[in-house]
Write a protein that binds this ligand. Sequence first.
Ligand SMILES: [Zn+2]
Length: 456
Amino acid sequence: MFDLVVKRAHIVGESHVAYANLYVKDGRFAAISSEELAARQSVDADGRIVFPGAVDPHVHFNDPGLTDGEDFNTGSMAAVAGGITSVFEMPLTDPLTQDKPSFLLKKSEAARKSVADFGLYLALTPDNSSRVGELMALEPVGFKAFMSYSPEIPMVKDGELLAGMRAIKAANSRIAVHCENNDLITYLTEEIKRSGRSDPRAYVDSRPDYSEWEAIQRAVTLAVIAGVRLHVVHSSTPEGARIVAEARAAGHPISVETAQHFLFLDAEDFQRIGPFAQCNPPLRAKGNNDRLWEAIRRGEISCVGTDHAPYTIEEKQRGKGSVWATPAGVNNIQTANPLLIGEGIKRNIPLTRLAQLMATEPARLFNIYPQKGAITIGGDADMFLFDPDEQWTIDPRHTFYKQKWTPFEGMKVKGRVKRTWLRGTKVYEDAAPLGTITVQPGFGKFIPGRPGSTAN
Ligand SMILES: [Zn+2]
């Protein structure tokens, strides 16, 4: 007797899509069959699509310390409502997640509040690389470093980055790097400020494409020298992704994610929307979205993360008069997958490739596959039912975000998450205009970081 069957579904597997019944037992995928087998609970997919639960390698839930913008409960509710069942949370919280007490504090807050499974990053700072080995006992999913200034985490200089990479290589962990050239940004920002400009275009000009891909090139160079596993976060341009793709093709364990907003918004949207579309790196020139989609098609982008990075409405509104007064980051986690899948289908990207981008590849890169990231027998029954035909309009009031704003407001979407399961338990059920979280805070479990990777 199975615990659950999802009947008559287009099941997105790793190599192909099967029209069949999907069976779950003891929280795991147990069988895919066209036969009718006995199950305690039955859900009729009625020909809709079942995707593996998405694995988001890049979220900011602001917990602990910055919870006016979001917390682990609201952030994870928005995640599962968007089909994301596992999240890797960044260390830019207060206190900074950089040592044992701060890591354990975050872990306990998340364990109490999260409805999604979660892995946690540690910060690589200018002075903690000598402690990387001992910090591995905490089982972080990896270490995060910034090559440019951030208000929440100290940036590392090249030598410090190399030292950290060597230590992380010795620990067989991985490093995720925010790549922007700090000197260039500082110089250009001052120059542009002096000229009196403070509109979104000024911000885009202060952090040009080349300030990003130069830093990606440098991070890749250092990673090759150190031999470390490097994950380049949120590449906004195909040029950055190509640098990684070439290193990867040469046999180096280097991967790259792009962020959802770069696939859907551009600098003209930023000019129109204002501070609520301000992020780092910034939105790029019109046409960049299409070029990123082409990079996805060519296989040069490993995966897509959300980089969901909430701030309060008041904090964002500070930038109405001047972009220099706004913290960078956007709310997007709840609508990310419906947008990605809807647009992917429109662009004839195979469903199996979309599943790779949002679930399988991040799971492989962070070595939690096949427990996570794919509909595979024996893996955790993390999945979501998706209606590819339902049309709706994004309204931030109908999200679980603690702060009801998103730069995607008003955008029309084709396709909607109808139901999400985590380890075989329903965690979200859709209803217009906003569905229900069907588990208690704390249902989400800690995902221990594992060394190595099973990425191709
Ligand atoms: Zn981020």
